[in-house]
Design a protein around this ligand. Structure first.
Ligand code: IMP
Ligand code: MG
Length: 195
């Protein structure tokens, strides 16, 4: 992946750089996704399942542009391994509160990188017998390795660079940025200041 060069040096050395997706572009695309979901699920009450923490901001905005009686649940997963790279070994840190049996579930994800997390979560949720399960991912990596047919709703296709903002973090920081930015190595001065 394009962010391999960051391996071994996450932390204060990584800072938000150029904007990849602006707040305006995010709002416009999220509104389109909400409108699509509103049409596709007309007459139903989909259950939005957000994957914490990354999806919290996207799910919050998305839910406000879905004109249906949606319900919410959240799960938190942690993938063992380095902060800028998924290991594919996923552990459920917080499970859902609601029963998925018979529900129309929309799994809301921040980013599909390798797709290992998504594949794991889909298998896990399908085993709970929902009436339907679709995926809504804000960002999808161009070189992901999941079956295209499972990516029902997606915001933006992005290249391999590691990104932060709008819920996404590097070592828990920068989730509150209103746009999506590419992380960069800080200059020497900034690194010294941060440590
Ligand atoms: P995957 O299992 O490789 O698809 O990784 C998915 C998870 O890795 C996402 O839900 C994110 O938490 C995290 N992730 C992958 N790429 C990025 C990135 O560029 N910025 C922040 N988090 C990322
Ligand atoms: Mg993360």
């Amino acid at each position: 992946m394009g962010h391999d060069q960051l391996e071994g040096d996450a932390g204060p050395g990584l800072v938000p750089g150029r904007t990849l997706v602006s707040a305006e572009q995010l709002a416009e695309r999220v509104a389109q996704l909400g409108a699509e979901i509103t049409v596709d699920y007309a007459g139903r009450s989909p259950l939005l399942v957000g994957v914490l923490k990354g999806a919290f901001m996207f799910m919050s905005d998305l839910s406000r542009v879905i004109d249906l009686p949606v319900e919410f649940d959240f799960m938190a997963v942690s993938s063992y391994g380095h902060s800028t790279r998924s290991s594919g070994v996923v552990r459920i840190v917080k499970d859902l509160d609601l029963d998925l049996a018979g529900r129309d579930v929309i799994l809301v994800e921040d980013i599909v990188d390798s797709g290992l997390t998504l594949n794991y979560l889909r298998r896990n949720l399908l085993a709970r017998n929902p009436a339907s399960l679709e995926v809504c991912a804000l960002l999808v990596r161009e070189d992901h390795s999941v079956d295209e047919s499972i990516l029902r709703y997606e915001g933006f296709r992005i290249p391999g660079e590691f990104v932060v903002g709008y819920g996404l973090d590097v070592d828990q920081r920068y989730r509150n940025l209103p746009d999506i930015r590419v992380v960069e190595q800080a200059s020497g001065a900034e690194v010294a200041e941060a440590s």
